[in-house]
Structures are given as structure tokens and as C-alpha cells.
Design a binder for this molecule. Sequence first.
Ligand code: PHE
Length: 332
Amino acid sequence: MTLFDQYLGKIAAASTSEAVEALRQELFGRKAGVMTMMMKELGAVSAEQRKTKGQELNVLKVKLESMLDARLREIAAAQMSDIASRDALDLTLDLPMADSGHKHPIHEYIRKAEEVFGRMGFDTALGPEIETEHYNFNQLNIPETHPARDLQDTFWISSRGRTVLRTHTSPMQIRYMETHTPPFRMICAGKVYRKDSDATHSPMFHQIEGLMIGPTVSLANMKAVMETAIKELVDPNVEFRWRTGYFPFVEPGLEMDLRWRGDESKSREGRWLEVVGCGMVHPNVLKNVGIDSEKYQGFAFGFGVERMLMIRHQIPDLRSFYQGDLRFLRQF
Ligand code: PHE
């Protein structure tokens, strides 16, 4: 068996890169490598023989080296495919649908409202649910004697620090005006709290506050914005009516009612549901935040989120939103 044949077998049988390197050492090791020795022996033969023998040895050397390298590559490739098959993720595999649920209809709806108002140029703000009396009442021109301050309506957190669970999102009007210079448009959605509970009231519900201030913002602008939003968010054919309403922080104040389109047999059919309080921001409120009411004016509004959804989907009782009943939630 020639040296070449002998190593052909040995190299093919090497199953690890260490074994291949050991063979390389055996062949070409500096001191005792088989090939190294044969090269050294060339020194002892005649010049004529040295030339032909030398060429032969060189060819052999190149062949053996490339076989060693090829074997190394084979071993590496085999290892890779081994790893690949052990860690394989079959992305084409058809898995059963995960039961992943969806956003609560109220949050879905708030997102939609942010989008609708966003298209009309309104910025989105967020405010704290625990408010101070200062922001929740005082700055909004709500007098000490106003019934909304009554313990019956407001959840006081502490009477000493005068903090409350905000009773409306209107304090965000103040916070926003304190930190922005007009002209601006903003909405702010979130939870509000009142001591109330029946089919159309819950101690916690959601409001979307809006505020638009500029040099020439008018009541007509307000009605246009409100009507556009209601049509997009409730129903393009929704029946609505405007009434005057009293809120200490607007003058004049208006309320918008939407026709309640519940089940024909329900007693509420034909009734109106108040969903928006709004009006032109009261000059006292502008003064409180240092905005010159001779130069700027604007409107503010507060939507009841649950009530808009109730009308949109003909839901008879607002408390269904919070009971976590999947038969209800899955309908959205
Ligand atoms: N904050 C009022 C409420 O909760 C609604 C409102 C907002 C009215 C803005 C006028 C302007 O009833």
C-alpha cells in the first residue's frame, strides 16, 4: 500500500477535527512527520534524483493537505446540520390557533377616538387619576359650594392633602394649558370616578376630554368638531340634539344628547342619552393659567366613552363592560 492510499483511508476515517489535526501532525510535524522526514532524506540523494523525487513529494504533499482540509470542512458541515436539525423550528408547521383574545372594547374605542381626533389635528395627552382639589375643582372655576364637590359624588382620598380620584378629565385642560402655548388642540382619555351606580352610571367610567384654543376658535368650530367625531365614532346617521348645559368652566355651556337606539321592547327606546358636555372655555379658567382671554379663546368638551359605545352597539347596561363576562366581550 502506498503512503497515499494509507492516508486516504486514515483521513476518511477521522471523525473529529482533532483527529484530522493529529493526522496532519503525523504527516507534516516539524520533527518527526512522515512527509517531513521524506523531504529531509532528499538531501542524501543525487541532484538528478532529488529533482524528480522532490516533484513527486510536492504533488503528494499538496494532495494530502487538500484532503485534510476537505475532511475538516466535511466534519464542520456535519456538525452544523446536526445543530440545525436539533434546534429546528419548522415555521411552516400549522399550529392550532392560540386563544389570544383582544383588547377590551373600551380601550379599542379610545384608540379609535385618538385616531379620529388625530386626523383633525388633536394632540393626545395623559393625566393622573389621582388629582388635587386644585386641578380637579379650583382651577376649573368650580366654586366651593358647587354640589359636585359633595361627598356624595366625589371620592376623597384624603381631606387633609385635598386629593381626589378625579371626577372628570377636565383637570387635564389646566395641566395642558399650563405647559403649552396656544394655539393648540388636544384630547385626553382616561378613567374618572364618581359615587354613582346604575344602568347608565358606574363609579368608574371613561371620558375623553378635548380642548382647542386659538385666536379665532368659535362655537361653530366646536359644533363642527363634535358632530364630525360623533358621526365617525357612533354612527353616521346618529340622531343628536344640542341643549344648553351648565358647567362652571365653560360659558356658554352645551350638552349633546344622542338618540338611544336600544331594543324596541326596552323602556329606554326613544329616550335620549347625554354623551357630551362642552362649551367655550370660561375666561376665568384662561386667566387661572395665564392665557390672555382678549387674545385667545376656545372650546372644551368631555365625552362619556361608555355611553357612546352603548349607543353604537345598543348595549342596555353600562355595567356589562366591567363584569368580565366573555359572552359579552367576545361580541366585539
Ligand atoms: N367635565 C364635564 C363632566 O364631566 C364635561 C365637560 C368637559 C363639560 C368640558 C364642558 C367642557 O361632566
